[in-house]
Design a protein around this ligand. Structure first.
Ligand code: URA
Length: 205
């Protein structure tokens, strides 16, 4: 087992233990990052949803379909990337009457609780590019709660987490484009821009 794989497994076990300690009475399922542990490109989403929780893998189900389209445009295989989320469990709210769970945005406390998990993944994988999807990962990676995807999308910029420096490439979250056609065009042109930029840097498969 490579040193990186072992280090990520240790981080995953520590993260699992933390969730058990903090959410003792609630069943929080850890959905840790996965993929190429030496990937040049790390993709960071917001938090897992229902399918991700059932399969304990990030970006599967509906979000996985969005991801497949994204990968097709940038001409990369899923296995070439490291894929993760800021929050490593599904933030839910329960319907008052039925008790049925639905997704909700993560709280500041949840993001803070999971911060060191993402920072640890970045420290171990040491990607050259971090692609964030939506506001939550953008603000977390920049450590700037006022950063806005509307102002930064599609523009690469230098960034760092801990000792690792990389290029941050912010994209809208693919889920946000479902009900907004004009945003969809923007998202697609940003992904094309990312694709061209990755090719220029010699970072495609
Ligand atoms: N699934 C994930 O794993 N992350 C997201 O941000 C959305 C869906």
């Amino acid at each position: 087992m490579s040193g990186k794989v072992a280090a990520l497994r240790r981080l995953q076990r520590r993260s699992q233990a933390l969730l058990l300690e903090v959410y003792r009475d609630q069943e929080k399922v850890l959905v840790f990052g996965e993929g190429n542990t030496s990937a040049a490109v790390m993709l960071v989403g917001e938090a897992p949803g229902e399918q991700e929780t059932l399969q304990q893998r990030p970006f599967v189900g509906k979000a996985g379909k969005n991801l497949d389209e994204f990968l097709e445009v940038i001409g990369m295989r899923r296995e070439a990337l490291y894929i993760t989320n800021v929050v490593k469990f599904r933030p839910t709210r329960a319907h008052e009457r039925t008790g049925r769970l639905s997704n909700r945005p993560p709280t500041r406390e949840e993001i803070e609780l999971c911060y060191h998990m993402l920072a640890g993944e970045v420290a171990i994988v040491a990607p050259r590019v971090v692609v964030t999807l939506g506001n939550t990962p953008l603000r977390t990676v920049l450590d700037d709660s006022k950063a806005s995807i509307g102002a930064c999308h599609g523009q690469p910029r230098p960034a760092s987490m801990g000792k690792v420096s990389f290029t941050l490439f912010p994209l809208y979250h693919p889920a946000s484009i479902i009900y907004n056609r004009s945003l969809r065009d923007t998202y697609l042109s940003d992904v094309l821009r990312l694709s061209a930029w990755l090719a220029e840097q010699g970072l495609t498969d």
